[in-house]
Design a protein around this ligand. Structure first.
Ligand code: OGA
Ligand code: CA
Ligand code: FE2
Length: 491
């Protein structure tokens, strides 16, 4: 910070002055007069008298149910209010649980795990960022067959509808000018929009996955890039209407291969009354993850996914980032929060391969064990690492689908205190294009709210519903009563 020249010479020329001289006495010396001093003193006394009056008020109201008892008031003659009168409206849950996390040790490390009575499984560490494991023969051939048949019986639906709407309204609501949008898009602030700058911010338009080639076609179709240099200047950008891109895309007709996700899926419930195989899988997942059974019981059903030849799922996160404005879908209603955004909170993904795929269909982790994670560099002008139709070969890690194998990973880091922390950005993954045959997988997601209190409130609410009383219900209980220690979860 700069100081002006007068200040530097000031100390040498200062003569002793009354204290108020430091405030503002240069113009009129009369405000430093005796009467000014009197006024200040009067105000000072009124202030002191007010404070004393307030203290007396609090003191005399103590025993009469008026103002609440002051915490450090002597308890002698005034009886304290019973504990229950002082509880806040939303009870705080006692945090009496620490979630276990399986150690990866190092890539390639194999640990033996006991998941079923007559067999020992081997669990291999595939990466540390994200913490990712592979367990061959997690499911038997028979189990794979049953799950695929149950899914077919139930019927599979398109995983992604052709066109979703809503993004334009958000832009309208934010009331951004074309200049504002241009500046937001122009990451390197060179006054031109490179292809990757457009794609980084709007890789997905209404569920349509844009590629650099698409974008060039759109430019040509709309005659947007007048000087033909492959970049958009502010002038060129201004001439485009806000919905020009998607009107063009929709006119062209959208193919399934242009969507974020090209597959069909269904959900299979695993609670009481479900097929024995589905219940067994849930139990095995509980043993594998070592999480409290209640957490697994209360999670989403099993999702069974079918990719036909040409099917894919571009790289994504199964869970959203943790922001104060975001609530988890699974706890939102119960936790009674009114946050503007909602996201899936899937602490763990367990992915099962139900068949061995003839060609393609690997699960790709583009940035697994990268030294750093840089969202911007995921997409260069002509290479989009998130594109699993084109660039799976450039992913750091690919898992080949083998019948019966399970892989599982953590989508969140630990908070260091035994609960769920930040989203693990390295958990980015996708399903590569199936080049031959079909690909059947199933997902078991384990939902945990990174906000412990919200998770606890949710669990308390659902545990009050009798029909959800599951068999092995020694699960997680969120105690509000610090003295009732038998609710403590033994892990
Ligand atoms: C998913 C997913 C990967 C795959 O369904 O969320 O990422 O290999 N699947 O199918
Ligand atoms: Ca630029
Ligand atoms: Fe996924």
């Amino acid at each position: 910070m700069e100081t002006d020249a007068g200040d530097t010479t000031a100390p040498a020329t200062l003569s002793p002055r009354p204290p108020c001289a430091r405030i503002s006495c240069h113009k009129s010396s009369n405000i430093c007069s005796r009467s000014y001093f009197m006024v200040v003193m009067v105000f000072f006394h009124i202030y002191i008298i007010n404070v004393i009056a307030l203290l007396l008020y609090v003191h005399y109201n103590d025993g009469h149910g008026g103002a609440g008892p002051s915490r450090d008031a002597p308890s002698g003659e005034h009886r304290q209010l019973p504990e229950s009168h002082r509880l806040p409206a939303q009870p705080e849950f006692l945090r009496d649980i620490s979630l276990p996390r399986i150690e990866g040790i190092r890539v390639g490390h194999v640990q033996k795990v006991s998941l079923v009575t007559d067999k020992v499984h081997e669990m291999r560490t595939l990466s540390l960022k994200p913490l990712l494991f592979e367990i061959p023969d997690f499911l038997s051939e028979e189990e794979c067959r049953v799950v695929m048949q149950l899914a077919q019986l139930k019927g599979l639906m398109e995983s992604q509808l052709m066109v979703q709407e809503g993004q334009e309204e958000l832009v309208e609501e934010l009331n951004l000018s074309p200049e504002d949008i241009f500046n937001l898009l122009d990451i390197n602030q060179d006054g031109q929009l490179q292809l990757h700058e457009i794609l980084t911010h709007s890789r997905v338009r209404d569920g349509i996955w844009l590629t650099p080639e698409n974008l060039r076609e759109i430019y040509a179709g709309l005659k947007a890039d007048k000087d033909g240099n492959g970049l958009l200047s502010l002038e060129e950008f201004r001439l485009l209407s806000s919905d020009a891109f998607q009107r063009f895309l929709l006119q062209q007709g959208v193919k399934r291969s242009q969507l974020v996700r090209n597959s069909r899926h269904t959900w299979l419930y695993q609670g009481k009354g479900a097929h024995r195989v589905l219940q067994d899988i849930k139990k095995r997942v509980t043993r594998l993850t070592r999480l409290p059974p209640a957490l697994v019981d209360l999670s989403e059903p099993l999702q069974v996914v079918l990719y036909e030849q040409g099917g894919h799922y571009h790289a994504h996160h199964d869970s959203g980032p943790v922001y104060p404005e975001t609530a988890c879908t699974h706890t939102r209603l119960a936790a009674n929060t009114s946050t503007p955004f909602e996201t899936s909170c899937r602490y763990i993904t367990v992915l099962f391969y139900l068949n061995s795929v003839e060609g393609g269909g690997e699960t790709a982790f583009p940035v697994a064990d990268n030294r750093t994670y840089d969202e911007v560099s995921l997409i260069q002008n002509d290479v989009d690492l998130l594109d699993t139709r084109k660039n799976c070969d450039k992913s750091n890690l690919r898992v080949k689908p083998t019948k019966g194998t399970a892989v599982f990973w953590y989508n969140y880091l630990s908070d260091g205190k035994g609960w769920v922390g930040e989203q693990d950005e390295y958990s980015l993954h996708g399903g590569c294009m199936v080049t031959h045959g079909m690909k059947w997988v199933a997902n078991k997601w384990i939902n945990i709210d990174p906000d412990y209190q919200r998770q606890a409130r949710y669990q308390q609410l659902v545990s009050q519903q009798p029909e959800d009383d599951d068999d092995d219900d020694e699960g997680l209980k969120m105690s509000t009563d610090p003295y009732n220690s038998d609710t403590h979860q033994d892990l």
